[in-house]
Design a protein around this ligand. Structure first.
Ligand SMILES: Cc1cc2nc3c(=O)[nH]c(=O)nc-3n(C[C@H](O)[C@H](O)[C@H](O)COP(=O)(O)OP(=O)(O)OC[C@H]3O[C@@H](n4cnc5c(N)ncnc54)[C@H](O)[C@@H]3O)c2cc1C
Ligand code: SF4
Length: 468
């Protein structure tokens, strides 16, 4: 009996030791794994730090340029929820127990981190204290400083289809609500209640709002219905979280992904179902505010409206290289159909998603192109992880060459002069040059309409601005 009890004591001691060992082991593994993650995050942070960014085309990228999260250290409880929320991948990571923006260039302003933070410790801001970003002045209802003139979508500084849909809807709801509020028998008659300039996602949502509210509208588009989406490369995979479309309801796709063609088809069906009218190939030229109404000129004709929404996006003003010969026909600022390029030497300037997606399409084996990606910095830190992985795989297969820390210093009909970080110039054979280095805010146009432009130095957008 005594022997049995000794055996049982021995066993229970053994179980305790094993338990303790497991507990200690698990604890140390967790600490090591956390340290590893933190070290990896620190590495990414270093990569995006000022010292490590190569200079090439113009000023080096030393700070987050667009919309990005800022953390209130007083409120943050270091729960790490924000690190997993970002659809773009590892943009925020924990470093020594604190969330840090390790890949600012990848942030496109989804605002998911802001939405999930249980402490309300995240704000989305434009620019930084040192580096400003020009943004048109708009209220929380998307009205500019010119009463009755609204700005929605990417023209207001924030990209993404879902944001454009939300802003187009809110701007139109406010504009149309104001018309109802101020309507009297003496109110001046106009051709339509609302003119919408641009038929991308923001313009589409604004026009649907007018249909929902049974108000008259004119939606003009200088190109084709769909806006920037219409001009995406063929078969591009569009990533978009669910968005609420007026009249139609929720717009969502499996895995939050859809091809360009399917998305355009969805919008075409929306057009048919709702009777939406878009006046394509009609270019907005100017507007004058005249005793409470607007006189809008498009394709040389004038139309009057009570309110106007500018949903023109920013693609009309692509960022240029500013070098001689840039007007050669071989230079383009967007890629629509990769199949048009076969057995060609093609260089792409840029390191963002557009540049990486173009490189992938052009590097398809069947096209036999020789694709070179010219990157200003020393890493691909401005695109999402999926695109970086795909391009890295194509580099390994020898289908894409990446030249880091480089800028274009000159071009002729069949060559490209590329300068590296040390100032050494290399001549590359070149048939086509795609410049996919982002866009500029059309400040000149906006100021000519009387809209105030502010330079934001890390100022907040207001809570929930991006969350549909
Ligand atoms: C290559 C690429 C890939 C992208 N991928 C994604 C993605 O996967 N997911 C995502 O959410 N976002 C993506 N984006 C961003 C997204 O497309 C934009 O943020 C969005 O289209 C902005 O919508 P918008 O309605 O504000 O403007 P736009 O879609 O740019 O539409 C504005 C429209 O206004 C018209 N216009 C401009 N000036 C005039 C004028 N004077 N008169 C009449 N019409 C005018 C233009 O022709 C254009 O059709 C991508 C962008 C690019 C370039
Ligand atoms: S989710 Fe909010 S509280 Fe949690 S780590 Fe991120 S910023 Fe801090």
């Amino acid at each position: 009996m005594q022997q049995l009890s000794e055996l049982s004591n021995l066993m229970s001691q053994h179980i305790n030791w094993v338990g303790t060992a497991l507990f200690v082991g698990f604890g140390s593994w967790q600490v090591i794994s956390k340290k590893r993650k933190s070290a990896h995050a620190q590495k990414s942070l270093k990569k995006s730090s000022p010292q490590s960014q190569g200079t090439a085309q113009s000023a080096p990228l030393v700070e987050p340029i667009g919309l990005h999260p800022e953390f209130d250290r007083g409120l943050c409880i270091s729960c790490g929820t924000c690190t997993a929320a970002c659809p773009e991948g590892k943009v925020i990571q924990m470093i020594q127990g604190r969330p840090e923006l390790v890949s600012p260039g990848k942030c496109v302003g989804h605002g998911e981190c802001e939405r999930v933070c249980p402490q309300d410790a995240i704000s989305l801001v434009f620019g930084t204290r040192k580096r400003g970003k020009n943004i048109p002045r708009i209220t929380a209802n998307y009205e500019s400083n010119v009463p009755g003139l609204y700005i929605a979508g990417e023209l207001g500084g924030m990209g993404l289809i879902r944001n454009a849909i939300k802003q187009g809807t809110l701007a139109a709801q406010h504009a149309l609500g104001e018309i109802e509020k101020t309507q009297t028998p003496k109110t001046q008659k106009t051709d339509v209640d609302l003119v919408i300039v641009g038929a991308g996602p923001a313009g589409l949502a604004a026009a649907l709002s007018a249909i929902e509210k049974k108000k008259s509208y004119l939606c003009i588009e200088q190109g084709s219905f769909g806006g920037t989406v219409y001009n995406y490369p063929r078969q591009k995979i569009v990533m978009t979280l669910p968005a609420q479309l007026p009249v139609i309801g929720i717009m969502k796709f499996r895995g939050h992904q859809v091809s360009k063609e399917e998305l355009l088809e969805f919008w075409q069906n929306t057009k048919t179902k709702t009777g939406l009218v878009i006046q394509e190939q009609t270019r907005f030229e100017k507007l004058v505010s005249d005793t409470g109404i607007f006189r809008v000129t498009a394709n040389g004709k004038e139309i009057t409206a009570k309110k106007v929404i500018l949903a023109m996006g920013v693609r009309g003003t692509p960022r240029k290289l500013g070098i001689p010969n840039e007007d050669l026909a071989k230079v383009a600022y967007q890629l629509i159909d990769a199949d048009q390029y076969q057995d060609q030497d093609i260089a792409i300037v840029g390191a963002g998603n557009s540049a990486l997606e173009a490189a992938q399409s052009l590097a398809e084996a069947k096209l036999r192109n020789r694709v070179t990606l010219l990157v200003r910095g020393d890493a691909l830190d401005r695109a999402n992880e999926k695109n970086i992985e795909k391009v890295s795989a194509l580099v390994k297969q020898g289908r894409i060459t990446i030249l880091y820390r480089t800028s274009v210093s000159g071009l002729t009909a069949d060559t490209l002069l590329v300068k590296n970080g040390e100032g050494v110039i290399q001549t590359l054979p070149n048939h086509f040059l795609l410049v996919l280095a982002g866009t500029e805010m059309p400040d000149k146009l906006l100021t000519s309409l009387g809209i105030q432009i502010d330079t934001k130095f890390g100022e907040t957008l207001g809570k929930g601005s991006t969350n549909a």
